[in-house]
Design a protein around this ligand. Structure first.
Ligand code: FMN
Length: 494
C-alpha cells in the first residue's frame, strides 16, 4: 500500500513500529541535527518532534532513513521490486497473443494514469496566510551554517518556452520571514528554467507531500519529463494538483505547507556555507533569491526536514532509491550494464561501480565513457568496471577484483569533464579529473598475457557437500559454541 499523504504515511510508520514521537522540548538550532545524526547512523526510526522551541508545528525527520522505510514508501518489499515495475514498462515489446495484449493494455493504462490530475481544491490550502517563515521550525543544521535551511522541499517551476513542469529538491537558506535563497546548482533543471525566463519566474515550494511525491523531487529525470508523472506511476495513482493562490503554478493538493513566490532574473545574494552531503561545508556562493507572495497550509501542518552531512545520512536511501529505479532506464541506453552501485560513502558523485557483460576489447572503457555522458551520472568522478559475475554491492568482492585484475599502467584512464558543483577537491570550478578503473578480465588484444582461469569448485563436489552438510556437524558444533552468525550462515548458505 502506498501512502496517499504525509499523515497516512505517519500512520503506516506508527503501525509498523517505525516512528518515535518526541514530546520533550527540542531546539531546531543544532539539537535536532545531533539527535538525528545519532539516530540515522544507528539505523533508528523516523522521528516526529512535537515540541519545538519557537514553533507550533511538529517536525518530521528520518522518514526515509533505512532501506525498509524507503521501500515502504513505495509500497514495495524492497527497492529492486520498485525497479522491476519500471523495467516491465520500459521493456514493453509488441504483444504476441491475446493474454500478452491484455497485459500490455494494463501497462499502458498504468502509464496513462500516471499523468498529474488537476482538482478543484485540497488540504494544502485549508489555511491561507501572509508569508511568514518564522512560523516554521526550520532547522539550523550545523554550527558553521549562517542561517536555518529548508532541506526537504519540492521546488516547482515551469520552462517559459514550452510550459513543461520541473520539480527539484534544492535547499533554501532562510534570509528573513519572507525570503530565502534558492540553491539550484549549475547542472540543475530548475536553474535552466530560471535562466530561460526574462524578468520573474514564478516558483512554488511544496513541503510534506506523500513520500513518493517528495522522493520524485530528488529524481534526476531528463528535463522534459515531469517528476510528478514519475511519482504518479510509482504510486499507482496520479498526483493531484491545485492551482496556487498568487502565481500561475500548481502544487500537490496533499502538501502540508506551500510557499508561493517568484525569483527575479539576476537578483542574487551570497548563499552558504552549508554543512553538506559531501561531509564538508560547501562554500558561500551567489544564488538567486526566492521572494514569497503567499503561504498556505493544512490545519496543524507538519514540517518535513532532512539532515545531510558526513555519510551515512538519511539522503543515502533517497540516493539508493534513485540508483535502483534508474537502472532499467540506464540499461535501455547501455544494455551491457548488468548492475551498478553508487556507494553511500562516495556521496553518490564520487564513485560508481558497474558490472558488464564484456564482449569486445575496450568494452569496459566504452562503458566508462557512457557513464560520463549519461544525465547526472556524467558528474561521476571515479568509475570502476567489473565483470558480470561480480556483485557490485559487495565492496570486498569489488576490491578483490580491482586488486587482482588491474595493471594500473594499462587499465586506468585519467580523463576530465564536468564535476559536481559541490566537489571541493577539483582544481577547477565544476570541472576536473575523472578516474576509470577497468577491473574486468583482459583479452590478449588488450595487452594481456594469457588470462588465468578463476578458481571454482566443481558442481559435483558442491552438490555432494550440500547433501552431506548436516553430517559434518559444523553447524551444530558452532551453535553449541555460542551460535553461528547470520553473516556466516549466509556465506555457508545454511
Ligand atoms: C536532501 C537533498 C538535498 C538536495 N539539495 C540540493 C541542492 O541544494 N541543490 C541542488 O542543486 N541539488 C540538490 N539535491 C539534488 C537534486 O535534488 C537532484 O539533483 C534533482 O535531480 C534535481 O532536480 P532537477 O534534475 O529537476 O534539477 C538534493 C538532493 C537531496 C536528496
Amino acid at each position: 500500500m502506498v501512502a496517499s499523504d504525509l499523515r497516512s504515511w505517519l500512520d503506516l510508520l506508527r503501525r509498523e513500529g517505525e516512528l518515535v514521537e518526541v514530546d520533550a522540548e527540542v531546539d531546531p538550532y543544532l539539537e535536532v541535527t545531533e539527535i538525528v545524526d545519532r539516530t540515522v547512523k544507528a539505523g533508528g526510526p523516523a522521528l516526529l518532534f512535537r515540541n519545538l522551541k519557537g514553533s507550533e508545528h511538529p517536525l518530521l525527520i528520518n522518514q526515509f532513513g533505512t532501506e525498509r522505510r524507503m521501500a515502504m514508501a513505495f509500497g514495495a518489499p524492497n527497492l529492486d521490486a520498485v525497479s522491476q515495475k519500471l523495467e516491465d514498462v520500459l521493456e514493453m515489446q509488441p504483444p504476441q497473443g491475446l493474454m500478452e495484449k491484455v497485459r500490455g493494455l494494463g501497462k499502458l493504462k498504468k502509464l496513462a494514469d500516471s499523468m498529474p490530475k488537476r482538482v478543484g481544491g485540497g488540504p494544502c490550502q485549508e489555511i491561507v496566510l501572509e508569508p511568514n517563515l518564522d512560523l516554521l521550525p526550520i532547522q539550523h543544521c550545523w554550527p558553521g551554517d549562517p542561517a536555518p535551511f529548508i532541506t526537504l522541499p519540492a521546488v516547482i517551476t515551469k520552462d517559459p518556452r514550452n510550459g513543461t513542469r520541473n520539480v527539484g529538491m534544492y535547499r533554501m537558506q532562510k534570509i528573513d520571514s519572507r525570503s530565502t535563497f534558492m540553491h539550484w546548482q549549475i547542472h540543475k533543471d530548475g536553474r535552466m528554467d530560471w535562466l530561460a525566463t526574462e524578468g520573474r519566474i514564478p516558483v512554488a515550494v511544496a513541503l510534506g507531500c506523500d513520500p513518493v511525491t517528495t522522493y520524485s523531487a530528488s529524481a534526476p529525470l531528463p528535463k522534459h519529463i515531469d517528476e510528478f508523472m514519475l511519482a504518479g506511476f510509482l504510486k499507482g495513482s496520479p498526483v493531484e494538483l491545485v492551482p496556487c493562490r498568487t502565481i500561475d503554478l500548481e502544487v500537490p493538493a496533499n502538501a502540508e505547507i506551500v510557499l508561493e513566490g517568484y525569483i527575479e532574473a539576476g537578483e542574487l545574494g551570497t548563499e552558504g556555507p552549508f554543512g553538506d552531503h559531501t561531509g564538508y561545508y560547501s562554500p558561500a556562493e551567489p544564488f538567486p533569491i526566492f521572494r514569497l507572495t503567499a503561504m498556505t497550509m493544512r490545519r496543524n501542518a507538519i514540517y518535513p526536514s532532512i539532515v545531510v552531512g558526513i555519510p551515512p545520512q538519511e539522503d543515502a536511501w533517497l540516493g539508493k532509491a534513485t540508483e535502483r529505479i534508474f537502472l532499467p532506464a540506464i540499461r535501455m541506453t547501455v544494455p551491457e550494464i548488468v548492475d551498478f552501485d553508487l556507494p553511500v560513502a562516495g556521496a553518490f558523485h564520487n564513485c560508481a561501480i558497474v558490472s558488464i557483460k564484456k564482449a569486445f576489447p575496450g568494452h569496459a572503457k566504452k562503458v566508462m565513457h557512457a557513464i560520463w555522458g549519461l544525465g547526472m551520472l556524467s558528474l561521476t568522478k571515479t568509475v570502476v568496471v567489473v565483470d558480470e559475475f561480480v556483485d557490485v554491492h559487495d565492496y570486498n568482492e569489488v576490491v578483490f577484483h580491482v586488486g587482482a585484475n588491474v595493471d594500473p599502467k594499462r587499465d586506468v584512464i585519467i580523463s576530465e569533464g564536468p564535476l559536481d558543483q559541490l566537489d571541493h577537491a577539483a582544481s577547477m570550478y565544476c570541472y576536473g579529473g575523472k578516474l576509470g578503473i577497468d577491473a574486468t578480465h583482459k583479452l590478449t588484444v588488450e595487452g594481456a598475457r594469457e588470462w588465468p582461469e578463476r578458481i571454482a569448485m566443481s558442481a559435483e563436489v558442491r552438490d555432494l557437500v550440500d547433501r552431506r552438510w548436516s553430517e559434518y556437524g559444523i553447524e551444530a558444533s558452532a551453535e553449541e559454541n555460542g551460535g553461528i552468525s547470520r553473516a556466516l550462515r549466509q556465506k555457508l548458505r545454511l
